[in-house]
Design a protein. Structure first.
Length: 258
């Protein structure tokens, strides 16, 4: 098991990019209104006002969404009272912000870490408590020791818990909480597992890239992402901080009935 302290990515970076996005929306909206308005006034004097009103409504909606997101992130409370709005944020706004951050020269991994942390906060703000059998722990196969002879894809319980990799601790934890656990070798298998098991809450362990796409693809299913550690390089004998997984489960999973 990896013993790093629990990793806390920088939320402020993403909030900074969000504020920059607000400014950009205002500047672009002004230019989009001002440039054609000169010509529109020649067609009819009231056209600039009409065009300005429509544009203003679009800008206010966008700024409202960005402001709600910043407030949710700063306070930890859920200001997105509808799944529809939360969906727009996760599916479209976050990726747009990541693209904007990339244009500003920010590191992709760092931005994706922020995305995952902020998604986790949005899930946390909903204060979900899900029965253990409606929860799913989804793992990447690279967590298994590369030369382990047991094929655990499909059934983690085949692991004999020799302790050479983190599958052992995770299987133990899943058993303790009574939660189903699965290993996916890629996005397609992960989707198949989700369709078959129909969980109401997923704890997914993976790298930045896979978690970012997994969270987006799985929406509206709430997914908390836990980053794996890669001391031996990507996709090879990766590790997790078991306590990080335990904390998420304690927060979102109802204790098994006795
Ligand atoms: S803990 Fe399980 S999966 Fe990992 S090396 Fe040992 S038997 Fe294989």
């Amino acid at each position: 098991m990896h013993t790093d302290p629990i990793y806390r990515p920088r939320k402020r970076l993403f909030i900074g990019v969000l504020l920059f996005a607000c400014l950009l929306v205002l500047v672009v909206a002004f230019l989009v209104w001002w440039i054609p308005s000169v010509g529109l006034a020649n067609i009819h004097p009231s056209l600039p006002l009409l065009f300005g009103s429509i544009l203003g409504a679009v800008v206010l909606t966008t700024l409202g969404g960005l402001t709600l997101l910043i407030l949710t992130l700063l306070t930890g409370r859920d200001f997105f009272f509808s799944d529809y709005m939360r969906g727009i944020v996760i599916k479209y706004l976050f990726p747009a912000i990541i693209a904007l951050g990339r244009c500003c020269g920010l590191d992709r991994d760092t931005l994706q870490q922020s995305f995952i942390a902020l998604n986790n906060q949005l899930v946390r703000a909903r204060k979900l408590r899900v029965p253990a059998d409606k929860t799913l722990i989804l793992l990447p196969h690279c967590i298994q020791m590369f030369d382990c002879e047991i094929k655990i894809t499909g059934d983690v319980n085949k692991c004999v818990r020799c302790g050479k990799c983190d599958i052992s601790g995770l299987a133990q934890l899943a058993e303790e909480f009574g939660i189903p656990i699965a290993v996916a070798t890629g996005g397609t298998l992960a989707r198949k597992i989700i369709v078959e098991r129909r969980p109401r809450f997923i704890l997914a362990v993976a790298c930045e890239r896979d978690l970012t796409s997994g969270i987006r693809d799985s929406y509206p299913l709430p997914v908390v992402g836990v980053l794996n550690r890669r001391p031996h390089g990507p996709c090879f004998n990766t590790m997790i901080v078991l306590n990080e997984v335990r904390q998420v489960l304690k927060e979102h999973v109802l204790p098994p009935k006795t």
